[in-house]
Ligand binder design. Structure first.
Ligand code: AMP
Ligand code: MG
Length: 350
């Protein structure tokens, strides 16, 4: 099966297009679509076979649950046992938006969708096409990121076609996504709401809205003995083909170190990739240097991260060196993804 690619205009919803895509989902097919975070691979969340198809198409381990996407608040209540007041407050503030919340599920949601768990993750995306598609499909769309398992998440329809073009029915092409990294996940099955995956919505923004919120211990631990609670976070993820190392420390030392590492790779006859910022781009005289954005606007770094990692796959580099990006608001989310992509290879310079 080769996916059809349908160009859509997110500012002007064409109901005929949406009905067609919705019908594919209702019939048990798979449709990739843009959201404000990354492209999602949609299937009917209430249909066990559709969820199994998603796992197969992505090559995703079957213990890694899917996020159920809804378009209207009233659709939350039938699929979860209970919605705590604090979750309602977060929904009022951040939905539609890049926030996923986990609750105990009802029987409506098959275990195939939740990777065998008694809980279900739910999100309302802030993207007109995504919302129209969910409504056209009957209200519940399971949608993990539309990449092959382990690869960087897709931020354009071309990325989706590259990874899944042979395995799904339709790709809705709405151009490049806005945010570029996945949603923040908050678990409400714990006594204290707990962040299982950092994202655009930071811990501070959550705390400001509902008071105490914790970070999952597995996220904070630098060794891999403490397992993160979101099953997906334990897998190597977001990885480019070439080994990626992060170089951390004062800016001048980082630049010197990356230049000397790049020199070694080039000396042995290979190509090397360097991930820099607009501020440091010109400080790297050798290698294939890409700016990921500007430290002055950290959103640009999140927006370009996956695109830059995928670009290096096309360039046949033997190694990639990246600066670290501990930026004030999104730094936790950006570094979480970058560390995973690097398999936690960090070189610290002083
Ligand atoms: P993705 O589909 O690529 O955005 O990944 C979804 C993430 O949500 C993965 O890390 C999953 O392990 C996590 N997740 C989804 N549902 C649950 C759940 N019920 N409990 C814990 N983590 C979940
Ligand atoms: Mg993913």
């Amino acid at each position: 099966m080769k996916a059809e690619i349908l160009k859509i205009n997110p500012d002007h919803i064409d109901s005929e297009q949406m009905n067609r895509a919705g019908e594919i989902l209702k019939q048990g097919g798979l449709v990739a679509f843009p959201t404000e975070t990354v492209y999602g691979l949609g299937g009917n969340a209430l249909d066990a076979q559709s969820s199994e198809k998603i796992y197969r198409a992505k090559g995703r381990p079957s213990d890694n649950p899917l996020i159920v996407h809804i378009a209207d608040m009233e659709h939350l209540f039938p699929i979860v046992e209970q919605v705590p007041q604090k979750a309602v407050r977060l929904a009022e503030k951040f939905w539609p938006g890049p926030l996923t919340m986990i609750f105990k599920k009802t029987d409506m949601v098959p275990f195939e969708t939740t990777g065998g768990l008694e809980s279900v993750a739910v999100r309302m995306p802030d993207h007109p096409t995504a919302l129209a598609l969910i409504r056209a499909a009957g209200g519940y769309v399971a949608a993990p990121s539309a990449n092959r398992s382990g690869r960087p998440s897709p931020t354009t329809a071309e990325h989706v076609a590259e990874d899944l073009g042979e395995n799904i029915d339709l790709i809705l092409d709405g151009g490049m996504v806005g945010i570029g990294i996945e949603s923040t996940i908050v678990d409400f099955t714990e006594q204290i709401p707990t962040v299982l995956r950092p994202g655009y919505i930071s811990l501070e923004m959550l705390q400001e809205c509902i008071g105490e919120v914790k970070m999952d211990k597995g996220l904070l631990a630098s060794d891999s003995k403490v397992r993160p609670k979101a099953p997906g976070m334990k897998y190597r993820h977001y990885a480019p083909k070439a080994p990626l190392s992060i170089v951390e420390g004062p800016e001048e030392c980082v630049i010197d170190k990356i230049n000397s590492l790049a020199c070694e790779v080039i000396g042995s006859g290979d190509r090397v990739g360097i991930i820099a910022t607009d501020e440091t781009f010109e400080r790297y005289p050798q290698g294939i240097v890409k700016s990921i954005g500007t430290r002055g606007e950290e959103e640009t770094i999140a927006h370009n991260l996956y695109e830059v990692l995928r670009e290096f796959d096309q360039l046949d580099v033997a190694a990639i060196y990246s600066e670290a990006f501990h930026t004030p608001k999104m730094g936790q989310a950006i570094m979480n993804r970058l560390l995973k992509a690097a398999g936690h290879t960090v070189i610290t310079v002083l």
